[in-house]
Ligand binder design. Structure first.
Ligand SMILES: C[S@@+](CC[C@H](N)C(=O)[O-])C[C@H]1O[C@@H](n2cnc3c(N)ncnc32)[C@H](O)[C@@H]1O
Length: 357
């Protein structure tokens, strides 16, 4: 589900949701701090004794009752905790997910550590078309990609965990769809830390993989892969796909995972035209992407639309998660035809297998 095409909310529901939106930053920060200050974990540990009072929490966590009071009251409004008549607080199901669910953890850390401060520059980024928010990490060139490995902590770890969490889940099922193509040599464009390359050489016994990425990123991939099994079948090629230079021509399968969303539409067409020129006529282009309009769950579409604002304020100011129907038009403009589409791989990825038209 992508969004709603009918406005069916009552006036009361509508104004309540509007108020939630108005105070969403406070609610978000409350969730972060209830988690990071140990309140959620303490309430979980006390679930068999019907939760904890504010005073008990204050003693356990060495926080003032004032501090706990404001956080817990906002936690009640945000349905993260409940309170019984004796003033004992317990976790709701939402509170439990915020504490223990891996996807919630990755999303919360990404929003807090990578995006939160930079979003103050969203308006400027929308107006200039540059990622003005990147300045909060000390970078002034408006493009995050060459700085990924030098982001300050905890932004660096939270960025990589976020990226890996989603793509890792889709690699094995996607590779099952690609195996029948009998790839000999795969170019993994934007291969990042080399996790797909590792899955490939571990799964397909003969295949060679070359990771094409920015030179700054390749150093990290090389360091992570050198001691891995079958590392001799993985090679590296420093490429900036935005430079108007011919691309290497040895691969029969080109793989791009969570890659083309890093670019503006006209850049995507230009990159794919150069891939088209470098690919053999019988070669295949395999694109693993996240499309908001291909999601089964409303929350998944929301997460992708929110992440598009990260692209605006922090990544490069002109890219996003595209709707599938818009993306397919770009691919066709570059001279490719769709041979197969599989939705719902991993946590909501779509695999497109394309050939020269
Ligand atoms: C979002 S990450 C995707 C990582 C990985 N493919 C995955 O699925 O998890 C995008 C990758 O594209 C690379 N990249 C961005 N701009 C690039 C460019 N102009 N040329 C080559 N690689 C680029 C980045 O360095 C990064 O490794």
């Amino acid at each position: 589900m992508f969004g709603h095409d009918q406005d069916t909310a009552s006036a009361l529901e509508a104004i309540s949701w509007a108020q939630t939106i108005c105070f969403a930053p406070m609610l978000f920060k409350t969730a972060v701090l209830l988690k990071r200050l140990g309140v959620l974990a303490a309430l979980k540990a006390a679930r068999r004794s019907h939760g904890l009072t504010k005073a008990e929490l204050a003693e356990q966590l060495e926080l003032s009752e004032y501090a706990l009071g404001v956080l817990l009251d906002m936690g009640l409004s945000g349905r993260i905790v409940i309170e019984d008549d004796a003033g004992r607080f317990s976790l709701t199901k939402t509170g439990q997910f915020l504490l223990d669910d891996r996807m919630c953890a990755v999303n919360l850390d990404f929003t807090e550590d990578v995006c939160y401060q930079a979003l103050a520059q969203l308006e400027a980024s929308l107006k200039t078309g540059r990622a003005e928010g990147l300045k909060v990490f000390g970078f002034d060139d408006g493009i995050i990609y060459s700085h990924l490995s030098s982001l300050p902590e905890p932004a660096r770890s939270s960025w990589f965990k976020y990226d890996h969490f989603y793509s890792d889940a889709a690699f094995a099922p996607a590779l099952k769809q690609i195996a029948p193509l009998q790839p000999q040599h795969i170019y993994d464009v934007g291969g990042n830390t080399g996790r797909f390359a590792r899955v490939c050489v571990n799964t397909l016994p003969e295949v060679k993989v070359t990771i094409l990425d920015l030179k700054e990123q390749l150093a990290l991939a090389q360091a992570q892969l050198s001691a891995q099994p079958h590392a001799e079948r993985i090679s590296f090629c420093a490429v900036n796909v935005l430079e108007d230079k011919p691309l290497p021509q040895e691969a029969d399968v080109w793989w791009m995972s969570q890659f083309l969303d890093c670019f503006a539409p006209e850049e995507i067409v230009a990159i794919l035209r150069r891939v088209h020129a470098a690919m053999p006529d019988q070669g295949s282009l395999c694109i693993l992407e996240l499309f908001p309009d291909a999601q089964r769950f409303e929350a998944a579409a929301l997460a992708l639309n929110a992440t598009s604002l990260y692209f605006t304020a922090l990544a490069n100011g002109n890219s996003r998660f595209y709707r599938a129907r818009d993306f397919l038009e770009l691919v066709a403009q570059a001279g490719f035809k769709l041979s197969a589409r599989t939705d719902d791989l991993g946590l909501g990825h779509t695999l497109l297998i394309l050939n020269k038209a």
